[in-house]
Design a binder for this molecule. Structure first.
Ligand code: T5A
Length: 212
């Protein structure tokens, strides 16, 4: 049986990295084999593409180049890591995936959703996450949290209006695909956020499938 594919999404500083450790603890407690990975990145080549994408630079990065680099890294990541792992029956927990492309390059940069979905089909075929946790937070709260943690990368240098578009992009994805997406209010205390994550994971998990 194939493993399940869980993704975690949200705007900057929403708490993905912090909560991924909590999700890993949940997977361990259920005795589920899993792999934790991230996008952009997840293989040596895709991590190099990540560095190219996140590095602040004087040259303006054109939207099409940014979009194609995202999918180039994703193709490598899927081929080398995600597909083989799911095929072996292990779960994959991924920090961001294609919803981030719809939110950042689509809603944020204004790139055509049909173009993104064509690339999605070419790179992923029919593969989609089984469960997506979207951590939602007012943009300024997330940016403040992120700025207290590290220097801004190329995306974090964008204006607040850009991240408002990204946030709306995510909320629209959740509205269009409520079966797959769970929106979690990440402005609450960490304890409360993790309680909501735990409820979503328990509702998703089907132990009879695993043992059968
Ligand atoms: N991107 C990515 C695209 O444009 N298109 C794509 O297709 C893809 C895949 C890199 C960038 O790439 C872009 C989007 C991104 O800009 P990233 O590294 O995953 O992706 O992005 P970041 O959002 O920058 O990740 P961060 O690591 O900065 O943020 P996190 O992981 O969401 O936040 P985290 O966990 O580090 O938390 C930030 C701070 O808040 C605190 C934490 O302790 C930490 O200090 N915190 C809380 N404080 C109070 N209450 C809570 N509930 C808290 N939760 C966390």
């Amino acid at each position: 049986m194939r493993g399940k594919f869980i993704t975690i999404e949200g705007t900057e500083g929403v708490g993905k990295t912090t909560n991924i450790q909590f999700i890993q603890d949940w997977l361990k407690a259920k005795n589920l084999a899993y792999l934790c990975t991230r996008e952009p990145g997840g293989t040596p080549l895709a991590e190099q593409i990540r560095d190219l994408l996140l590095a602040p630079r004087d040259e303006l990065v054109c939207d099409t180049a940014e979009l194609l680099l995202m999918f180039a890294g994703r193709a490598q990541h899927l081929n080398q890591v995600i597909e083989p792992t799911l095929g072996e029956g292990a779960w994959v927990l991924c920090d961001r995936f294609t919803d981030a492309t719809y939110a950042y390059q689509g809603a944020g940069r204004g790139m055509c959703a049909d173009l993104i979905s064509e690339l999605e089909l070419i790179v992923q075929g029919s593969l989609r996450p089984d469960l997506t946790l979207i951590l939602d937070i007012p943009v300024e709260v997330g940016l403040k949290r992120a700025s207290e943690r590290s220097d801004p990368d190329r995306f974090e240098q964008e204006k607040t209006e850009f991240f408002e578009l990204v946030r709306n992009g995510y909320l629209n994805i959740a509205k269009e695909d409520p079966e797959r997406c769970v929106v979690i209010d990440a402005s609450k205390s960490l304890e409360s956020v993790q309680r909501e994550i735990s409820i979503a994971l328990e509702a998703f998990w089907c132990p009879s499938e695993e043992s059968g």
